[in-house]
Design a protein around this ligand. Structure first.
Ligand code: PMP
Length: 364
């Protein structure tokens, strides 16, 4: 803390991303990256990219990329917003759709944004950054979302589907009930992991005026390092995001990102093959971990949320790390017995299962 900091900077409790270790090579299963490289079309576009073009600012409207995303999802380009990773779009959404706490006095229920108690831990950080009050209805014991909790007075709803770090998905019918139950509030559906098996809420974003779907190319498109997220929704919601962005930074998506994202979209076969591979590896790994005595939450994402038998989540995380395998552990109530394991290649998951078996004394 410095005397030169604003009170706001001093009060922040920033989000802490999963480790990106530089000290040694790990089997890295801690930040839900894709184990496969992006499409060869991305490599070709990068090689063909003319560095001289970097002299110029990128298209602030990202027209080519929004048209390609619109074509991919069957919506007009004007219903697509792109950003520097979906984190940025989520941050814009908190500002575009939710109000800061009124000064003084108790905050009424209808002033709180709702998201689950166990969810993506960036949501409370954005809410705190912008002074937006929130409530966190608890997930059920099996980590499912109780739809009824999101039908009462509130300022809006943010739900990742599938949820993180649990991997559990809510069927579209549940999201439809929430959207219909909150006609004057925005429902933001964070579909970072939807390509690994959950139902998309895009039909709701197309038919209702209060649903925004947020997506990313970081996971199923293997482009976490490019920083490319997008949102699809009714024009009025997209316009609000544009107003926030254009009051912050005109050029959030750079020239290289726009070019390579278009290239990734041009290769649907690669997308299908790699996401299917990840889903198959996930199911095989889940079966193996269950055999070892783990409780494994059913997952529609590219990770497994698993509780080891007779050992805490932190102890398993530490022991695996020592053996060169990085998973994610959350020191939080309700989930500190679990670890979150990103689905890697079959070989990586094999190494994980062998080490886990050894640590649990269950043989090879
Ligand atoms: N939403 C969820 C639920 C996530 O887990 C992540 C990845 N940490 C993101 C959004 C952000 O992804 P990105 O900014 O890479 O698009």
């Amino acid at each position: 803390m410095s005397r030169l900091w604003s009170r706001k900077a001093a009060a922040l409790v920033p989000y802490v991303p999963g480790e990106q270790p530089q000290d040694r090579r790990y089997i890295k299963l801690n930040t839900n990256e894709n184990p496969y490289p992006p499409s060869p079309a991305v490599a070709a576009a990068l090689q063909a990219f003319d560095p001289a073009a970097l002299r110029l600012y990128p298209d602030p409207q990202s027209r080519g990329l929004r048209a390609a995303l619109g074509k991919e999802h069957g919506v007009p380009a004007e219903n697509v917003f792109v950003g520097n990773g979906s984190d940025e779009i989520l941050a814009f959404a908190f500002q575009a759709f939710f109000e800061p706490s009124p000064a003084g006095g108790a905050v009424p229920p209808e002033a709180h944004v709702l998201f689950p108690d166990v969810t993506y831990s960036f949501y409370p950080v954005y809410a705190a950054l912008y002074g937006i009050p929130y409530r966190t209805p608890p997930l059920a014991d099996d980590f499912s979302v109780a739809v009824e909790d999101y039908l009462g007075p509130c300022a809006g709803v943010v739900l990742p589907n599938p949820n993180a770090p649990t991997g559990r998905a809510l069927p579209l019918a549940g999201l439809a009930r929430i959207a219909a139950g909150q006609p004057d509030r925005v429902l933001v559906v964070d579909e970072a992991y939807v390509d690994f098996g959950a139902e998309t809420a895009l039909p709701l974003a197309a038919s209702r005026d209060n649903v925004l779907v947020v997506r990313t190319m970081s996971k199923a498109r293997s482009l976490a390092g490019l920083r490319l997220g997008y949102a699809i929704g009714p024009r009025q919601l997209i316009e609000a995001l544009e107003r926030v962005r254009d009051s912050f930074n005109s050029y959030t998506v750079d020239r290289i990102a726009q070019t390579l994202a278009i290239a990734a979209l041009s290769d649907p076969a690669w997308f299908e093959r790699t996401r299917t591979e990840v889903m198959e590896t996930r199911e095989r790994t889940a079966r193996r971990l269950r055999k070892l005595g783990f409780e494994v939450v059913p997952s529609d994402a590219n990770f497994l949320f698993a509780k080891p038998p007779g050992m805490g989540g932190e102890a398993l995380y530490e022991a695996l790390k020592e053996r060169g395998i990085l998973v994610r552990y959350f020191r939080k109530p309700r989930i500190d017995g679990h670890v979150r394991i990103t689905v890697g290649t079959p070989e990586e998951m094999d190494a994980l299962c062998v080490e886990a078996a050894r640590l649990l004394g269950a043989g090879g």
